[in-house]
Design a binder for this molecule. Sequence first.
Ligand code: SF4
Length: 455
Amino acid sequence: MGDSVTSAADSGTRPRVFLEDMGCQMNRLDSELVLGRLAGAGYERAGTAADADLVLYYTCSVREHAEDKVYGRLGALKRMKQERPELRIGVMGCMAQNHQEELFARAPHLDLVIGTSRFEDVVSLVEEARSGKRVLAVDRKPLSFERDVTARPRRHQAFVSVMRGCNKFCTFCIVPYTQGREQSRPIADVLEEARRLVDDGVVEITLLGQRIDTYGADLRDGTNLAQLLTRLHEEVAGLVRICFLTSHPNHMTDELAAAIADHPRISRYLHLPVQSGSDRMLQRMNRGYSVADYRSAVATLRRRVPDLALATDWIVGFPGETEEEFESSAALLRELEFSGSFVFKYSPREGTRAAEMADDVPRAVKEDRNQRLLALQLGMSAARKQQRIGLELEVLVEGPSKLDESVWSARSAWNEIVCFKAAGDLQGMLRKVRIQRATALTLFGTPQDEQGAAR
Ligand code: SF4
């Protein structure tokens, strides 16, 4: 093919972008914002890299595996770039911030490296790259949080970023280095964005922040997450569910627990990573709390919201973790009856303090601990799901099930997936469903009402 291939961008048709996002919800939102800005500049979505004039990877640096995947993707594009030199390829997000110029050295066919503070400038940076320059944009600057609310993939659901960055510096985590210091948005901005989203059809928002329960601390005017949730609940009519991610145990206050308890449209699902059931491991991770502190945070929450579904994260095989320390994690999982667990096998991230510790737990032992913790959680989740049989739950319909288009997939306020059959277009509606049966991951039921409550 060679140089004779003319790109869509040059031929007068609309240029096409293929974007793949990896990692956390924050990356999903940033990818949506990037696509929104590119759509505003005339770009169309392409289904594959082969169909695109611009290929972007919105990357994650939290685990080695995620970075290896990007290098794999870039390697696969080398040939395409030789055949179509006008193709532009970019790496965005945490990996761009973390590795900067090194990415050009490892993938010389790369055109753009755009860090975590510069994604809002994607249109001008891509223009620069299209003029033939290699673009490195990794400097830090405050984000505007501006967005076109209509540019989003789901009609009824939206992510809303309420803060960026993290000041905690857990020893295993790269996020404070890639995302910078905590920067919160004023409440008025978040309310305004939520109202615009609702006007455009959204009924559920998920507020995002790395340590979202520290929201507002940097504004130094007394703003906090409890106030934000309360005001969203009271002032934004049309929102039927308000979710938030991710919390840190040190900031779980009674005021926040009370805000959840007093406002029924706030989700009854909380993600509160514990990471380990061993005080020595928590200290080495610099988590800033003990197991007793974590228990006390959970007690504060459950005192106010007894039926709260609590999900958590675990790291297995952190440097120096003994079998006994791992068993403390398993015991804590049983004791606190988590509704879900995300289990990660430790892998060192260059530049973090933990990477200087000896990674001394053999790979096979990490894998074994990972499987044991997952099996334990699965058994508990299955038992919990069985207890839901016979109950009537209010669920928000997300869309047709991926496995069976004739079945609706919905979520309860406890973040459970509930599937049921019903006629009509129910997306974005609340329905009451009586649970008839359950697997470890999904509830199945029959709808109890004819009319949905919201849309
Ligand atoms: S709280 Fe710890 S794990 Fe969470 S983003 Fe901050 S440094 Fe990373």
